[in-house]
Design a protein around this ligand. Sequence first.
Ligand code: 3HC
Ligand code: NAI
Length: 691
Amino acid sequence: MTGRFEVRGDVGVIHIDNPPVNAISHAVRLALIDGLAQAAADPAVQVVVIACAGRTFMAGADITEFASGMKPPGLPEVLAAMDAFAKPIVAALHGTALGGGFEVALSCDYRVALAKAQVGLPEVKLGILPGAGGTQRLPRLVGVEAALQAMISGDPIPAAQAHTLGAIDQLVEGDLLEAAVAFARGKAGTARRRVRDLPPPAVPDGFFAAARLRVAKEKRNLFSPQRIIDAVEAAVTLPFDQGIAREGALFMDCLRHSQAKALQHVFFAERQVTRIPGLPAEVKPRPVTKVAVIGAGTMGGGIAMTFANAGIPVTLLEMSQEALDRGLGIIRRNYEATAAKGRLTTAQVEARMGLLTPTLSYDDLAGADLIIEAVFETLEVKKQVFQRLDRVARPGAILASNTSYLSIDTIAGYTGRPQDVLGLHFFSPANVMKLLEIVRGERTAPDVLATALEVAKRIRKVGVVAGNAFGFIGNRMLEGYGREANILALEGAPPQQVDKALVEFGMPMGLFQMMDLAGLDIGYKSRQDRDPESFDPRSGRLGDLLVEAGRLGQKTSAGVYDYVPGDRTPKPSAVTAGLIAQAAAEVGLPQRTIGDQEIVERCFLALFNIGCEVLREGMAYRAGDIDIVYLYGYGFPAYRGGPMFWAEHEIGLPAALEKIRHYAQTYGARWWTPSPLLERLVAEGKGLKDL
Ligand code: 3HC
Ligand code: NAI
């Protein structure tokens, strides 16, 4: 039963029970209306408490109802009924009172919360705004500045902070319902104290203009944050009911916007990634309390930090004392830099460093439950490492490789326990990027996979399971993106134009800037090692010429761009322009003027076409998984939903196929053959969700 009304003397309690998070579905809205009606009809009831069962107070509107439209009564109507109600109402908050849930609480006269509870208005993360009075009530309660901060960030606010701000009246411990009923009893027979009746908050002149400018920078290209400011401005300038009407209109503008659809897709895709077809729920993860990392370089150091940050002890193994000292020195400096920004205390830095045990001896790995290798990217080195691990690791320990491209099955074959081997592919910087590609080998045991998913959650990463194909999901698709960006440069779109178009599209940086940051020698070396038939030779020519001219990127203050030493600002380079002309002449590409739209479409459609192949081959379980890889591993803008969602919803699958066919005719079918999966979907009139 979704709702239940209970009378406890002079207190009426409306219980809501809609697992798992008490989302405010149609049934919950009806239950609230029904509870109010019963409370109104019972003369013994002097005051009402709204409380929720399970792990949380209402966590917001039911997002699944957005697509189909809300059946009346809508939440604003329920809250209007609460406003019109004659007796005081108290919200009893636990867990996460978010979005519409917090708005229900704001429509009460008083809020009582467990100290561990959190409140917040996270609508911005779904591309919308608080549409049930939150933009009008919260500023009245806590002031415009704090309210805007909460709504623009969307981040949850701990109960203690909300109490200080004035959004919570009493913090309680122990039995919440008992405490809320006792609190309510103290209000029996008193007049209502509605938030709507508080005076509109005041702001200094020019406040909203300044906020618009600041938020335009902080929330680049996003639609709803500016609408949130509009709504809060209405709270300041209009009477309450007109403010509510304005909020409602702005909410609908957001809801209809493509960004809201994309961000809702992301919300559900992120929760789907953990569902692995064929992995029964009863498969128990293996316990992981001790971790070892091999290699304390760029990735190994970041991976070790990730575990230490989650409170998990790590043994860190290197080849030499010097390498070990260098690796640990970098880790310490990283932590100290965070502490200098005030985000860690000195004690926390020491506690995290204390979780790291450096070693040169494989014998020290014998007790580890999970061992992650992050040594040089050559099969020979990986072979030596895994053969040694096979000798020293305890039976049942999980052996993982952070390889970017090498075959997990080949690596597993170096051990006598391939069932315990898988890929754990972190993204650089490993302690920051949220993505973890979990590469399932041919023989990886189900409980090893389940462990990896569980560990990902513990270290606060989003784990996406990938099949064992060259480059797995993300790097494989990136090849198409990099190829087109490089060829576009040879065809007449200078690197700065390509990068600008990609940044305007929403990427955090352009491809050429990224190459300079990573170091052009990495791609150069990988091209030398690879079968030249396996990639478009035109795409690597510029990179080869740059490296051969000693331009390795930021580390040499010259790469695709020029740099002033000590300054990361890229400056267009005359030398690079010359090398582009040379490369274009060598590969026979004529120069022309190219528009930004072509840049974006070619780069991302190439990436998308490979994504379709990844799906066709079963190397990713769902298109949404690929989207999550791009959001959390490569900074693809969430408001476009990910590359697969973008292609389907902004371009359209039939148009995408038509364009890919056009590029195949223009640039040759070798690299632009449309994925048969895309052809089939278009022929059958189906979408990526139908797979
Ligand atoms: N609507 C529908 N389903 C929801 C939901 C919601 N608001 N919030 C969570 N769920 C579902 C999830 O999809 C998931 O379903 P699944 O088990 O089938 O995958 C299940 O509830 C559990 O969710 P989580 O796995 O996320 O559970 P956690 O315990 O990790 O997190 C949470 C709980 C913090 C509440 C998190 O779910 C969350 O942040 N939810 C969204 C909160 C939100 O954005 N609220 C605002 C909604 S918009 C709104 O209210 C508009 C209003 O202003 C009019
Ligand atoms: P790196 O060169 O910075 O670090 C490698 C470290 O491994 C060095 O410190 C080296 O001394 C150590 N090492 C080499 N052989 C060893 C051995 N036999 N035993 C113990 N230590 C040994 O390299 P990086 O960038 O950290 O890459 C490591 C792995 O991670 C590679 O497989 C790479 O493909 C992968 N990777 C790299 C990413 C990146 O952006 N750099 C991203 C994702 C994966």
